[in-house]
Ligand binder design. Structure first.
Ligand code: ADP
Length: 882
């Protein structure tokens, strides 16, 4: 590249010199030739002028004497000059006088008449016309024409010589330029070569490159300076690289050290992670076990307390037991909250969606809460908008938990007034989203605490909390559950006025919604006039909505006197009331007093009466019977239950023997259940007893199997309507037994529903039960309501319950044997088998207790003693138990 550039510079320098010389020489030659041509022409003109003067002088006499001959002779002298082509003498009039023409010239080329003087060059000839004067008088004119051929030949020779000179000059110029250009291109070429060698050798000295001109010297100096700074940078770079290498080596050693540390830290972290995972697993297992371990005795405590409360007790005993029950309930609630919170912490809280009846679930939940509300003198009401479907797919247990928590809070933080739950459908939301609102007229929450209370362990006010109790977990658990249900939770509140807790939850529509919407035809109710007497406006409003929806004509009274006034007015108008619905608990005149007044006033015609009362109204059943009240229902009453009751009361055979105010008592929501034959698979004697006691209260027959194997055998030998199956049993557990029973059912085609009972509240139990083929699930400690609800769900269509005649009322207590028999549903056979089992069972317990005593295991001794005590109590052997 350098060489090419170098060559190019050299050639260009030579070309420039050559071009310059060539142009100068050509210009010089041209100038010279032009100058020569002009000067020669002028000299020739001058020469012709002289010749003309001469001829004029010589021919003046001839003209004067008009001697043409003489004139001709004068002109003939011109033959000596080969270049004079023509000559003529004109007289003073301008006419030709004498003529000389060279042979090759035509006379026409010579002017015919001339009177004035001219000179010039025309058509390659020099023309001159001169006057001939004698004594100052023009006597004629002479004309001369000269050929310029000689002149042109001269010019051609000049040009040829000039060209030759040009060539010679150019050759010289080339040689000179070739020689001289070296002084310029030489140092540049040397510089380029040096640059090339620097690239290969990394020697940055300029060497012996010399310049012969100032500019090239500057270039070389600049290049030298640049090389010097490059050399300096190069050496700096080298130094840097060397130090960098050292630095890299040092860093590499450091990194290796850090790596080693990291490796060991990773090992430690992995160990820690494994330990943490193991701890977390242990925590989960511990929680599962704790849940199981605590729930089993809780089952005993709660069940036994409930059963004992149903027996005849002194007022003090009842009061003490009520405290035990409420403490046990509270403990279970707390236990559930802590378990849920642990599940949230472990990220294991999940939903278990399946179809469920929403109205029924809410009614049950509200029933459970009504006692607490009524004890505080609060009205508890709930209302579901007509477009809320009956059946949904969702997690009823968790939904119930949120409702119970929020409504329970409402009851807890309200001292006067009411707590009302309303459920409506969110029209704007996608899919099936329900909006639940729980309104109370309680203490309210300060604005700055509104968002804090949803955080775990946060409470609006510590002093309040001390007064009202609680852990501050309920709302945080509810918030998480609502999130799982793809909804949101929020609160509106005003201190001293009350709070409204809202939450939304998304559900899937269930097929049953379409198939089993409330089918009971309210035809019998249409047009029936009813008087509703209730002091609570919300209750009145809800009742009016329900009753009018079935086409009933509703009149309202806020209290007893108003109701009486209305009834008296009705007589005048000829209006009769086939039905009166009365709130049992009203200020001034309560429901019973009102009915008493109606009964005593013969003129008042009221068909039948229904009492709405609260669970804690002691002796309400008895009083209703005394008053001959057709039906009584514990508030808040569910729409379907109310419909059932109304249909029953108003149907033609509707239980009323007499015209007025007599009939059947409604005691529990499961009264509509026919007596079932139930196989109870349960190994724990206490739990057996609890379940038996509860089931027999519903007139069910219970056959007990002490383990899974016995349950399978019993199922093969006898027919049952339903099986209650414990999960954990010796020999064969509930899951295995269920699988075997289901296999047999697949062969026989007779399907018996199996309901699991388990104390294990941790995750996956429900799935395990359902996978094994179980149909439903109740968790321990089982409550009577939950058990009855499960029976209702799994025992097919409800039959009309048997009418309870006065003789069917519980026998009077006192005789142990009778009590014992009643506990076993009058099942002598079962009682006998249990009695037979007793020596063997008690022997086992005693042996275990003795072994524990010799092993010095006090807790085991305690547990076995407790078991034995329970067994004694089962047979009403109170002294032995004590
Ligand atoms: P807990 O009730 O066990 O304290 P929660 O998480 O259920 O825990 O409630 C947190 C706090 O929110 C309560 O301590 C109380 O201060 C406040 N709170 C909840 N519900 C209500 C209500 N209906 N009225 C007034 N305050 C309420």
């Amino acid at each position: 590249m350098n060489q090419r550039q170098n060559k190019s510079i050299r050639r260009k320098l030579v070309a420039m010199v050559m071009l310059t010389c060539g142009v100068v020489l050509v210009l010089a030659c041209c100038g010279f030739s032009i100058y020569e041509t002009i000067s020669i022409r002028h000299s020739k003109l001058d020469e012709m002028m002289l010749v003309g003067d001469l001829i004029g002088a010589n021919s003046a006499a001839a003209l004067s004497f008009n001697d043409a001959q003489a004139g001709e002779e004068t002109l003939a002298a011109l033959k000596a000059s080969p270049y004079v082509m023509a000559a003529r003498i004109y007289d003073k009039t301008g006419k030709p006088f004498a003529t000389y023409l060279r042979p090759e010239i035509n006379s026409a080329e010579v002017p015919g008449q001339v009177t004035s003087d001219t000179r010039g060059i025309q058509n390659g000839h020099v023309h001159v016309t001169l006057g001939i004067s004698v004594n100052g008088q023009r006597i004629g004119t002479v004309y001369l024409q000269r050929d310029l051929g000689e002149l042109n030949a001269l010019l051609v020779r000049y040009v040829a010589i000039s060209f030759a000179m040009l060539l010679v000059a150019m050759v010289f110029a080339y040689l000179l330029a070739s020689r001289l250009q070296h002084t310029i291109s030489g140092p540049i070429f040397a510089l380029a070569q040096r640059a090339g060698s620097i690239r290969q050798s990394a020697d940055y000295s300029i060497g012996d490159v010399q310049g012969s001109y100032k500019e090239i010297d500057m270039l070389i100096e600049g290049f030298d300076g640049m090389l010097a700074s490059i050399a300096q940078r190069d050496s700096e770079l080298r130094r840097h690289r060397e130090s960098l290498e050292e630095e890299v080596a040092a860093r590499t050693i450091e990194i290796r050290a850090v790596n080693t540390q990291l490796e060991s830290a990773k090992g430690v972290a992995e160990n820690a992670k494994e330990a943490a995972e193991a701890a977390s697993r242990a925590k989960s297992e511990f929680l599962a076990n704790m849940s199981h371990e605590i729930r089993t005795p809780m089952n005993g405590i709660l069940g036994m307390t409930e059963l004992t409360l149903d027996t005849d007790l002194s007022a003090t005993q009842r009061e003490y037991l009520a405290v035990v029950k409420s403490c046990a309930d509270g403990l279970l609630f707390l236990l559930n909250d802590i378990l849920d919170f642990s599940k949230i912490e472990a990220g294991k809280l999940s939903l278990d969606p399946h179809p469920f009846p929403l109205h029924r679930m809410i009614a049950d939940a509200m029933k459970g809460l009504s006692l607490r509300a009524h004890q505080k003198g609060l009205e508890l009401a709930f209302e579901l908008e007509p477009d809320v479907p009956e059946y949904l797919i969702g997690d009823p247990g968790r939904l119930r938990q949120i409702i119970v928590n929020l409504t329970g809070n409402g009851i807890k933080f309200t001292d006067h007034g009411e707590v009302v739950l309303t459920v409506s459908r969110e029209q704007k939301a996608e899919g099936l989203t329900l909006h639940f609102a729980i309104r109370d007229s309680g203490i309210g929450i300060p604005a700055d605490k509104l968002s804090k209370i949803f955080v775990a362990f946060e409470q609006a006010d510590n002093s309040t909390t001390r007064h009202y109790g609680g852990t501050g977990l309920g709302l945080s658990i509810s918030t998480r559950l609502v999130e799982l249900m793809k909804g949101r939770i929020w609160v509106e509140s005003k201190v001293g006025v009350g709070s409204v807790f809202h939450f939304t939850a998304k559900f899937e529509p269930s097929r049953e919604t379409m198939e089993t919407q409330v089918t009971a035809s309210p035809e019998e109710l249409r047009g029936t006039r009813v008087l509703v007497v209730d002091d609570n406006a919300t209750n009145r409003c809800i009742l009016v909505k329900m009753l009018t929806a079935w086409g009933m004509k509703v009149d309202l009274a806020e209290n007893g006197p108003d109701a009486l006034a209305l009834l008296y007015k009705a007589i005048g108008n000829g209006v009769t009331y086939p039905l009166i619905i009365v709130d049992g608990h009203m200020p001034e005149m309560d429901g019973f007093a009102l009915l008493e007044r109606i009964r005593s006033a013969k003129e008042l015609k009221v068909g039948k009466a229904m009492m709405l009362t609260s669970a804690e109204q002691m002796g309400a059943t008895q009083r209703c019977q005394e008053f001959g009240i057709s039906e009584y229902a514990i508030k808040p009453v569910a729409k379907n239950d109310l419909l059932d009751l109304l249909l029953r009361i108003l149907s033609k055979n509707g239980g009323a023997a007499s015209e007025q105010l007599t009939g059947r008592i409604k005691e529990s929501p499961a009264m509509g259940l026919r007596p079932l034959r139930i196989l109870l698979a349960e190994d724990n004697v206490y739990n057996q007893k609890v379940a038996i006691g509860m089931l027999e209260m519903g007139n069910h027959t219970v056959i007990v199997a002490g383990n899974g194997r016995l349950a399978v055998e019993a199922h093969q030998q006898q027919e049952f309507d339903l099986i209650l199956m414990d999960m954990h049993m010796p020999e064969m557990d509930g899951l295995e037994a269920t699988r075997l029973i289901k296999q047999r059912q697949a062969v026989t085609g007779i399907r018996v529903p199996i309901v699991a009972m388990t104390a294990n509240a941790m995750t996956g139990d429900r799935e395990k039960c359902l996978t094994a083929g179980m149909d439903d699930y109740v968790s321990k400690p089982i409550s009577r309501d939950e058990l009855e609800a499960a029976l209702l769900r799994n025992s097919g269509p409800a039959a009309q319950p048997p009418k309870t005649s006065p003789s069917n009322s519980p026998p009077s207590p006192g005789i142990d044997k009778e009590n014992m028999l009643r506990r076993f549903g009058g099942n002598q056979e079962l009682l006998q088998s249990l009695v037979q089992m007793f020596p063997e069972e008690s022997e086992k317990v005693l042996t275990a207790m003795k072994a524990a005593r010799s092993d010095k295991k006090a807790d085991q001794v305690h547990l076995n003693a407790h078991t034995l005590k329970g067994m004694c109590k089962m047979f009403e052997a109170a002294a032995a138990a004590d």
